[in-house]
Design a protein around this ligand. Sequence first.
Ligand SMILES: [Zn+2]
Ligand SMILES: [Zn+2]
Length: 256
Amino acid sequence: MSARHPPLTELASRAGRALLDLLLPPHCAVCDAPVDAPGLLCIDCFRRTGFITEPFCVRCGVPFANAALGGTEHLCPGCRTAPPVFRQARAALRYDAQGRRLILPFKHADRTELSSVLAPQMARTGAALLGEADLLVPVPLHRGRLFRRGYNQAALLAKAVARISGRPCLPDALVRLRATAALGEKSATERAAEVAGAFAVRRSRAARLRGGRVLLIDDVMTSGATANACAAVLLAAGAASVDVLAAARVPDPRLN
Ligand SMILES: [Zn+2]
Ligand SMILES: [Zn+2]
């Protein structure tokens, strides 16, 4: 048997798993409760999921605990003082305890099939942005991380949302030139510095971006610093506009 083919034992175990999937009733994507079809959440998990609804910042989409926090402009303090270069960002769900139960296995435990749970929610939340988008582009992973993980979770989401919406996807339009540290604990200035110069447009893809309205796709949006850095290089490469659509959004504790 040639080395290019998986060994027979692996093929048998794959076939076994596929057979089990057929024989066992489908279960919820988060817990083990039975559901009608694969790729669904059970009623309890669906209820626990914090889908983002109004009020939120009209610019970056960060949820507000109440409408008064956005003032008459419906903008968060960050967008009022230092507006992002992207036009608008939206996210399907809050990155809270339940959001993490969906996102973390998708990101770190090879549960790539969860893109089929997240993408329809993103397509629903981002319907207006998708209606105006010419091209979907995922936030890239650094080469080393991509090699270790085996997949870019944002690219899986971008392809799944592209399939649902019928919009073209350019999964390799952006490159991450260096690995960046986690931005969670950093100040806005530190975050901007951490991602400055970390992204570039792939030269062979620049022509496709010129004049296009790009919808940038990410799994989790925290402060928006990463999205903003990606938007900046896309705009510099000639994109007409950049919007952002994420699966989940980390709520800003100051707005709760
Ligand atoms: Zn469940
Ligand atoms: Zn905002």
